[in-house]
Write a protein that binds this ligand. Structure first.
Ligand SMILES: [Zn+2]
Length: 252
């Protein structure tokens, strides 16, 4: 739905561009398949959240964030459409939970009256997990299995029975409210932003004299660059030799 709206808006922007001389209101723009958000005549959203019918984040380069992102030390997950995710999300075969602010949770969490455990990378525990030296069991949905409160069975001294392979999981009756001190430094693997290369175009590079950074010719930053700052070269070696730094977004 929002893709359709964006597509329609894009067409309108193109029509206005064709008419020429129209100054645009703030809004979505797309360069080489990456979305950004124009603010005012020459500005754009960067390093900031925007509520645009759902929360979006624009990264240091000004592009709409997708996938995993560590923002101010908190992990968030954004769909391919850039919308910040909340609640349960399955990512690459593991379950994660994001609170209403979008922050990925770790450690013990009571969600809907059920206890779950999320490891420091945010992955939901299933099966048997030893947490702070205590073994807990979680069913396939991640729900902690609460053992019935039973009297400790006094083993009768009978013939030594061959112990079952399954080690008896000693379930404490105590609620698992004691939060383990987890190390928040362990981070999930962040998927790098894969830059789609434009097939069929001969490669050239554009130096920004002002910033000292050079880009692939198809980098979105190029479309925002002032003409007077552009130097076009045919090899990256030439740009490197001239002392320019490769753009970290398009990786020329
Ligand atoms: Zn670039």
């Amino acid at each position: 739905m929002r893709k359709k709206i964006i597509a329609i808006l894009s067409v309108l922007v193109m029509i206005f561009t064709a008419l020429g001389g129209v100054s645009f209101a703030d809004g979505w723009r797309q360069s080489n398949g990456l979305w950004w958000y124009a603010v005012g005549a020459n500005g754009y959203a960067r390093n900031e959240w925007k509520d645009l019918g759902g929360w979006y984040y624009f990264n240091d380069a000004g592009y709409m964030q997708t996938g995993w992102a560590d923002i101010g030390g908190t992990w968030y997950y954004f769909g391919a459409d850039g919308l910040m995710k909340t609640g349960w999300q399955s990512v690459d075969g593991a379950w994660y939970y994001f609170d209403p602010s979008g922050a990925m949770v770790t450690g013990w969490q009571a969600i809907g009256g059920t206890w779950y455990y999320f490891d420091p990378s945010g992955t939901m525990a299933i099966g048997t997990r030893v947490i702070d030296g205590v073994a807990y069991q979680f069913d396939a949905s991640g729900a902690m299995i609460v053992q019935p409160v039973v009297e400790p069975v006094v083993q009768q001294v009978v013939e030594p029975v061959v112990q079952p392979v399954v080690e008896p999981v000693v379930q404490p009756v105590v609620e698992p409210a004691v939060q383990p001190v987890v190390d928040p430094v362990v981070q999930p693997v962040v998927e790098p932003v894969v830059q789609p290369s434009t097939p069929g175009t001969s490669m050239f590079y554009v130096i920004n004299k002002n910033s000292g950074i050079f880009h692939r010719g198809d980098c979105a930053a190029v479309s925002r660059m002032s003409e007077k700052n552009k130097i076009i070269v045919e090899s990256r070696e030439a740009a490197i030799a001239a002392g320019y730094t490769p753009c970290q977004i398009c990786n020329p």
